[in-house]
Design a protein around this ligand. Structure first.
Ligand code: PLP
Length: 350
């Protein structure tokens, strides 16, 4: 049997609500004051399946997709004419043949990449660093003549502090980017990630690059909360009665104060259900919160289901995967929660 014919795993399930994804994208697009609205689909669409995510967004009208690596281009599958994929890491040494063959353009991030790309005569995007001091061509370097003769489609920069709207770095980067863009011939300018869009029209330019917001994380671009996109559920392998005074799980970190009914579910940190959700996470049974008790282990999590007496072995249990609350409870960012989802889920797209 070929591996692609293997039966889907049936013990844990990741549900991806593509209607919610599209609704979120439309709201960021609407908030972008006329700028084209792209989508960051790197890291397998923030862990949710880049091919399906891209297909849903493209069907809704998205025309600019962003990935980090060249191999992430092929993973998007065939895309219709007019959809543009940009590779945020540019062309690293040894990647030129791959880059020239791919149906995508590089976002060049170093002087060496620019020099190498000039020989191709093809269009490209450029990332300039206006204060993040991560990846990109420096502002002085960008003005030095390095970019002369390049066919630049989109000039990009990336914000350091967009999640904190009052941070003066946002205005400083906006001004630096505006000044620089006036000196560099490019067809489009792009500065804002999801949180950058929420900063206001001054940050929108010609194209935006939202990511986390499309998947339901971070700040909303309007008055309503973002729609949740990812849901996780796992099956109950065993139900047990634990007497008062007994401890539960590795390290005996939880002791039952009263007799408990617990469910052992097929979900663990190997599935991206963070170990830091030990004694902190929860499942939801018909709206009733059922707490994780004891340590989350690699493949198993134990849940106090005393408040849900009708559950049976083999039933599915939905975990509370509200991104904000789960990030706060786990000490992980919303980005880590999504991109850390493991490979064992049966993925269901609705
Ligand atoms: C990942 C990324 C984005 C998307 O950021 P979010 O915070 O997820 O909206 C935008 N631009 C660049 C350059 C990125 O690397």
């Amino acid at each position: 049997m070929k591996s692609c014919d293997a039966p889907a795993p049936d013990a844990s399930r990741l549900t991806v609500d593509t209607a919610a994804l599209v609704a979120n994208w439309r709201r960021f697009a609407r908030a972008g004051s006329g700028a084209a609205c792209g989508a960051a689909v790197k890291a397998d669409g923030y862990g949710l399946g880049a091919r399906r995510i891209a297909a849903a967004l493209v069907a809704a009208g998205c025309r600019d997709l962003f990935v980090a690596h060249w191999h992430e281009v092929a993973a998007l599958g065939p895309l219709p004419e007019g959809v543009r994929v940009a590779v945020l890491h540019g062309v690293m040494p040894g990647d030129m043949a791959k880059a020239l063959a791919a149906p995508a353009v590089p976002v060049l991030v170093t002087a060496a990449q620019v020099q190498a790309w000039k020989a191709t005569g093809r269009a490209c995007d450029i990332m300039v660093d206006t204060g993040l001091n991560r990846l990109g061509i420096g502002m002085a370097e960008a003005r030095s003549g390095l970019l002369d003769g390049l066919d630049i489609d989109t000039l990009h920069s990336h914000l350091a502090c967009s999640e904190t709207p009052d941070n003066p770095a946002n205005e400083a980067q906006r001004i630096a980017f505006t000044d620089l863009a006036a000196a560099i011939p490019a067809r489009r300018r792009a500065l804002a990630n999801s949180a950058g869009i929420t900063l206001g029209p001054g940050w929108h330019f010609d194209l935006t690059r939202p990511g986390i917001g499309l998947y339901g994380g971070g700040a909303s671009p309007d008055a309503a909360p973002l729609a949740a996109v990812a849901g996780i559920a796992a099956r109950i392998i065993q139900l047990r009665d634990v007497p008062a005074g007994a401890s539960i799980g590795y390290g005996a970190t939880y002791t039952a104060a009263t007799p408990l009914r617990v469910a052992v579910v097929a979900l663990g940190y190997a599935d991206g259900y963070a170990r830091s959700l030990s004694n902190r996470g929860r499942a939801l049974v018909a709206g009733v919160a059922c707490p994780v008790v004891g340590r989350v282990s690699m493949d198993l999590t134990i849940i106090d289901v005393s408040a849900a007496p009708d559950l049976a072995e083999g039933d599915w249990l939905s975990m509370d995967f509200d991104l904000g609350a789960t990030a706060a409870a786990s000490g992980r960012s919303e980005y880590e929660l999504l991109t850390g989802l493991g490979a064992r889920y049966a993925r269901v797209y609705t």
